[in-house]
Design a protein around this ligand. Structure first.
Ligand code: SF4
Length: 225
């Protein structure tokens, strides 16, 4: 393990010992539903619609038997409700037809479900089955690259780097560490670097600091453009 990964893990273990999904769910099926709904949408908004949705559709049978229009009625306030309603109905049907109604624990199998891409499959496999995989969403992608845990330019490359860098037993947790840090501290616009405990190891922070020092000294900042 590199020194950077060791330091970052040490900081998270000391400062964020508990790191879990903020989506509410009460069964593997409902987690799949919630993660599908969370694409391009906040967990907060998803958590507002899922209580009534879960009550009406306690399992895949009820959802598979429903019409897309009925499902839409429960999720109209999340982003892309038309597509997501179609995906949910298709996911529930496929789950029944191909997996006996049981959410599979394998990332490749999970991706056979409509609406479930690689990121969603990784989230479900790690949260429900504690599989040693790391889902890379927009927060994980940004934070990993800023700190310097990956220089990858694609989601897959960042996933590969993080998978190599974090030991298997920490990968499910590392995903939540990076998401939560990205959501509340290392935000896309105006990251809160002055309040960030990871600043001593962060590549992006070093770059910002040296630019500021150059500007103060009257020299042209290297990344001013
Ligand atoms: S120092 Fe700034 S850029 Fe680096 S991880 Fe912290 S908030 Fe993000």
């Amino acid at each position: 393990m590199t020194r950077l990964y060791r330091e970052v893990i040490g900081w998270f273990e000391a400062n964020m010992p508990v790191a879990e999904t903020e989506l509410h769910y009460d069964s593997p099926f409902h987690l799949v539903v919630a993660v599908i709904l969370s694409a391009q949408c906040t967990d907060k908004r998803v958590n507002l619609v899922t209580p009534a949705l879960f009550e009406r559709f306690p399992g895949p049978r009820e959802m598979a038997d429903a019409t897309v229009e009925e499902i839409y009625g429960y999720i109209s306030s999340v982003s892309y409700p038309n597509n997501k309603a179609r995906h949910l109905q298709g996911m529930a049907s496929t789950l029944l037809e191909e997996f006996g109604g049981i959410v599979p624990d394998d990332v490749e199998q999970l991706q056979k479900l409509p609406g479930v891409g690689r990121k969603t499959a990784n989230v479900v496999a790690s949260v429900i089955y504690d599989k040693p995989v790391i889902a890379v969403d927009t927060h994980v992608f940004r934070v990993a690259r800023r700190i310097g845990l990956s220089r990858g330019r694609t989601v897959l490359k960042v996933e590969e780097d993080l998978t190599r860098g974090f030991p298997a037993e920490l990968r499910p947790k590392a995903h939540h560490w990076l998401i939560l840090h990205g959501r509340y501290v290392c935000t896309a616009i105006k990251p809160k670097c002055e309040a960030c405990g990871l600043a001593p190891w962060c590549k992006h922070f070093r770059k910002l600091s040296s630019s500021a020092a150059e500007s103060a000294a009257g020299e042209p900042a290297s990344s001013a453009e």
